[in-house]
Design a protein around this ligand. Structure first.
Ligand SMILES: [Zn+2]
Length: 639
């Protein structure tokens, strides 16, 4: 059997080399791995369209402009002018996010290269890393940064002085970009650059007491724990795992590890990356507290604190769970970075304990948060996605915004291939998402092609290609929204009984030409705003349906904005938002079909029948309403 070796190779690719060596001597572990982006290709569909728009945006940006401040800080002459927005301008200078875009961009081009095979993206990754290496050599101590005052924000932070902005948040993006260039683009200098930067961090923080560290960590610090844990695995250097643990913020870790939701009032996107890091530490050293904190955080955010789309928060903060009704009118709900990071946490938790509940959330947030975040016309991306009834989505300018969500957005659409399929290092493959794609399962000599127009149709087909027959188990996810999934193999019904984890196992010897057909009947339902039973949203299968409220005053050009802080200040209009009237029993699933009917020949589109006041309404997938006014939630009142 070659399984242990190939598993080690795969684990090494995923940055788990140190554990992979141990794994060779152990029985197959149940932990799953996502397939490498290189092994998954998207086929025609909305996700590939989004990926291609992102690819065009990435190629339109100038690496030398992203490098401007890095070179200046290293005493080297910049080769091109600095970009605007968060990269250089007021009112954002105080947050010290200068250089964060380069980190996200490096991650994005590395992943885009792996996802498409296009050499242009590897050239970009290799060039950026070679330039960062040149900056490291010029400065001499491993640090590279783009702050306007050089290393001062970091120097102040580690000295225990008041410091400007969120320097560790920004540094995390640069670390992560180097990691991703190494893992996804095999960029030669990326790992040495990453280790040098980690070594600088080790030295800079070595003299700090634990109390001083904790005071520094009261300020947003991104995914420093996660990326240092990754470096420890990639470089096989345990001291970076110890450093990752020093970056654990106990004011948040400890209560969540004990099952206490202490998140009210906290900045949401500051917290999520911490828990991704705690889960990563748990993967590497088995610390149960870190693992239970990550699982509890995920549960409380997804079940108590999320809107129907899977997004959360208002003005970037977690609010008390009893206060949803007070926040629904905000134009600054659901920051897109938060959804990006919740998906990263979800896939990490899924890999440890494969359960359809994780994949259900992933699917919900992927369609209704991430796919919805990109303007199909310009390719630009949302910061907030407003729950304010009658509002519209707003998108960044290409070269003058460079928000956090522009950065995570560059990554989002480059990596759709990363959570469609998982494997267990043995003979099990998990089909998590119904996205048209192929996956090359090299360890088993199988290629799967998934053909589907989901969600516009409720079927998907998996076709097997194999040079020779191979035994394997396909685990097909049965979504919670699907009461009556059916499966057939080569035209014969397969008993579609899901295992307790929500997957239908299909174990057999697979041959070229084998076909698995899956029917996923979708039904319409309502979901109430948490704690507010008389405010409901419509959902069809995994797809959130929003009310179409016209385009008054809206133009695609006016939706492109520079300053995210002004969200909600423009494109307001007195839009009539109908209520739903009648007996609440009309909204029960068994009665809903009488009152909300499909519009013929328009997939996923519905209209209410005698339910809306003063008029009935038309519903369409929220993710498609890029240039229209919408509402996600409806007031339900007595007739
Ligand atoms: Zn953001």
């Amino acid at each position: 059997m070659t399984a242990p070796l190939s598993r080690r190779e795969l684990l090494a690719l995923l940055g788990l080399g140190a554990l992979g060596a141990l794994g060779a001597a152990m029985p197959p572990r149940r932990r799953l791995s996502a397939f490498d982006l290189r092994d998954v290709r998207l086929l025609d569909g909305p996700f590939r369209d989004a990926q291609q728009r992102d690819a065009r945006y990435l190629l339109s940006l100038d690496p030398d402009r992203l490098l401007h401040n890095f070179r200046a800080n290293a005493g080297l002459a910049p080769k091109a002018p600095v970009y605007g927005g968060w990269e250089s301008e007021e009112p954002w200078v105080g947050i010290r996010c200068h250089g964060h875009t380069l980190g996200h961009y490096l991650s994005a081009v590395a992943m885009m290269h792996a996802s498409t095979g296009d050499a242009q993206f590897k050239q970009r990754a290799d060039y950026l890393v070679s330039e960062l290496r040149a900056c490291q050599r010029a400065r001499g101590d491993g640090l590279v940064c783009a702050f306007p005052d050089g290393s001062k924000p970091l120097d102040d932070a580690v000295a225990g002085r008041p410091f400007a902005g969120v320097p560790w948040y920004t540094m995390h993006k640069i670390f992560a970009g180097l990691r991703d260039a190494h893992v996804h683009a095999a960029t030669p200098d990326a790992l040495p650059a990453l280790v040098a930067l980690s070594e600088w961090t080790w030295n800079a923080t070595r003299g700090m007491s634990d109390d001083a560290m904790q005071r520094m960590l009261d300020t947003e610090h991104g995914g420093m724990t996660e990326v240092l844990a990754d470096v420890s695995a990639l470089a096989n250097e345990p001291k970076y795992l110890a450093l990752a643990r020093r970056f654990a913020h106990h004011a948040v870790l400890d209560p969540l590890a004990e099952g206490r939701d202490a998140l009210d009032g906290l900045h949401a996107n500051t917290q999520i990356p911490k828990f991704i890091g705690y889960q990563r530490v748990h993967e590497l050293d088995g610390d149960p507290r870190y693992g239970s904190a990550a699982r509890f955080f995920w549960s409380t955010v997804t079940t108590r604190r999320s809107f129907v789309t899977g997004g959360h928060g208002d003005q970037e903060h977690f609010f008390p769970v009893a206060d949803f009704a007070r926040h629904i009118g905000s134009a600054k709900t659901m920051e897109t970075c938060c959804t990006h990071n919740m998906l990263r946490l979800t896939r990490a938790l899924f890999a440890e304990a494969p359960s359809a509940a994780y994949a259900d959330y992933y699917e919900r947030a992927l369609y209704n948060g991430i796919l919805a975040s990109q303007d199909p016309q310009s390719g630009m991306m949302t910061y907030f996605q407003a729950t304010r009834p009658g509002y519209v989505r707003l998108y960044n300018t290409p070269e003058e915004s460079f928000w956090c969500c522009t950065g995570t957005g560059m990554e989002n659409h480059a990596k759709y291939g990363d959570s469609i399929y998982f494997h267990d290092g043995g003979d099990a493959l998990y089909v998590n998402l119904f996205v048209p794609s192929t996956v090359a399962w090299r360890a088993r000599g199988l290629t799967l092609t998934q053909t589907t127009r989901f969600p516009d149709e409720e079927t998907t087909r998996l076709t097997v290609d194999a040079a020779r027959p191979a035994r394997a188990t396909l685990h097909v996810r049965r979504p919670a929204w699907c009461g009556a999934m059916t499966v057939s193999v080569n035209g014969r019904p397969w008993r579609a009984t899901a295992a307790p984890n929500g997957y239908v196992p299909i174990r057999r010897e697979w041959r070229a030409g084998d076909v698995v057909d899956v029917r996923l009947p979708m039904t319409l339902r309502t979901e109430a705003l948490p704690g507010v039973p008389n405010m409901v949203a419509f959902v069809y299968g995994p797809i959130v349906l929003a009310g179409r409220l016209g385009t008054e005053g809206v133009t695609p050009e006016a939706q492109i904005i520079k300053n995210e802080r002004t969200s909600g200040n423009m494109l307001n209009a007195a839009v009539e938002v109908p209520s739903l009237v009648g007996d609440p029993r009309d909204l029960a699933p068994r009665n809903l079909a009488r009152r909300v009917r499909p519009v013929p020949n328009e997939p996923l589109t519905f209209e209410t029948v005698g339910l809306g006041r003063p008029r009935d309404v038309r519903l369409a997938p929220y993710f498609r309403l890029a240039h229209e006014r919408y509402t996600l939630y409806w007031n339900v009142r007595d007739a």
